[in-house]
Design a protein around this ligand. Structure first.
Ligand code: HEC
Ligand code: HEC
Length: 264
């Protein structure tokens, strides 16, 4: 395994020109034969932790989400009243998000979809992005889809969002002037600051990150990657990160949902 240390990162950045300059990176792809979930790049201990339901700290959020799912608040129906006591009606729903909400024409991820149910079907306020209850509900609903292959629709109304997410993926940014693709398409499998760079798939999120000492959304991970190249991250829950999420979901097509993942 080659090692990509901070020096190499600077070199990589230097080769790609100074800030905002230099040619746009080539639009490389990830062939199906090499496509692998991020779990495959974990240290054996971290992987074992993820795969043991009793030890995986992310399962606490699944349990919390299940309780919230069954909870009745005031006059409103519980999620379970509409979607089944064990979420049985939600089937593989998470594997098909983000998705365009027909009523508003907006792209929503699972968090957004859950908040639409709160406002439209429960008469409640939306939950704050990255709040514990929204993370818990999202983790619970995503865990219901565990093993389902990622499969999103990027045609029709979703197409412009997909394009936007794709453009983001191939745009150099930050002081290091690096695009997502330069790490996750071109340098996956190499070491960077103690991590092995994976292919950057979102199929294990929300995930418990040891560095965070808590569970977080995919947007929080994207924000960390942006900060890693010294770019100003966008707010969690922002439209642009949801568009990137759609691009990533299409790119991960066929990989199983593995929420809640454990990451370093
Ligand atoms: C300088 C290299 C670098 C750049 C540029 C970068 N990342 Fe990452 N990314 C990492 C590293 C290192 C990790 C943690 C290890 C890994 O890949 O899972 C990571 C993790 C991720 C993960 C979590 C994968 C998993 O299975 O846990 C996703 C998703 C991701 N990146 C997406 C992106 C996106 C989208 C961009 C562009 C906005 C981006 N990254 C830019 C280095 C980078
Ligand atoms: C009064 C019934 C009702 C309640 C209560 C409700 N939902 Fe929904 N939910 C729906 C309907 C109907 C849809 C289909 C989309 C639409 O028409 O809004 C839906 C769609 C969904 C979907 C997307 C399913 C898919 O296959 O795309 C998810 C996920 C979801 N709800 C989760 C929740 C959660 C979590 C709660 C509680 C916070 C909840 N819902 C509360 C009625 C409800």
């Amino acid at each position: 395994m080659r090692s990509l240390g901070a020096a190499a990162l600077l070199l990589l950045a230097a080769c790609s020109g100074s800030r905002g300059e230099g040619p746009a990176p080539e639009r490389t792809t990830l062939p199906d034969e090499v496509k692998q979930t991020g779990t495959a790049f974990l240290q054996p201990e971290t992987r074992a932790l993820q795969e043991d339901d009793f030890a995986n700290p992310g399962m606490l959020w699944v349990d919390r989400g299940r309780s919230l799912f069954r909870e009745t608040i005031g006059q409103s129906k519980s999620c379970a009243a509409c979607h089944g006591e064990d979420g049985s009606e939600l089937d593989a729903a998470a594997s098909h998000y983000p998705q365009v909400d027909e009523e508003s024409g907006e792209l929503v991820n699972l968090e957004g979809r859950i908040n639409l149910c709160r406002t439209r079907h429960q008469g409640l306020e939306p939950l704050d992005y990255e709040s514990d209850p929204l993370l818990a509900l999202t983790t619970y609903v995503a865990h219901l889809s565990e093993g389902a292959p990622m499969s999103v629709d990027v045609s029709g109304a979703a197409a412009p969002y997909y394009e936007q997410g794709q453009d983001y993926f191939f745009t150099k940014r930050g002081q290091f002037n690096l695009a997502c693709s330069q790490c996750h398409n071109e340098h996956w499998g190499e070491k960077l600051r103690g991590d092995t760079i994976s292919q950057g798939h979102g199929n294990s999120f929300p995930a418990y990150r040891l560095e965070w000492q808590t569970l977080g959304s995919l947007h929080r991970r994207l924000s960390d990657c942006d900060a890693g190249v010294r770019a100003e991250p966008y707010p969690l829950g922002s439209d642009i990160y949801t568009a990137v999420e759609l691009y990533l979901a299409k790119r991960a097509e066929g990989l199983p949902v593995e929420t809640p993942g454990i990451r370093r």
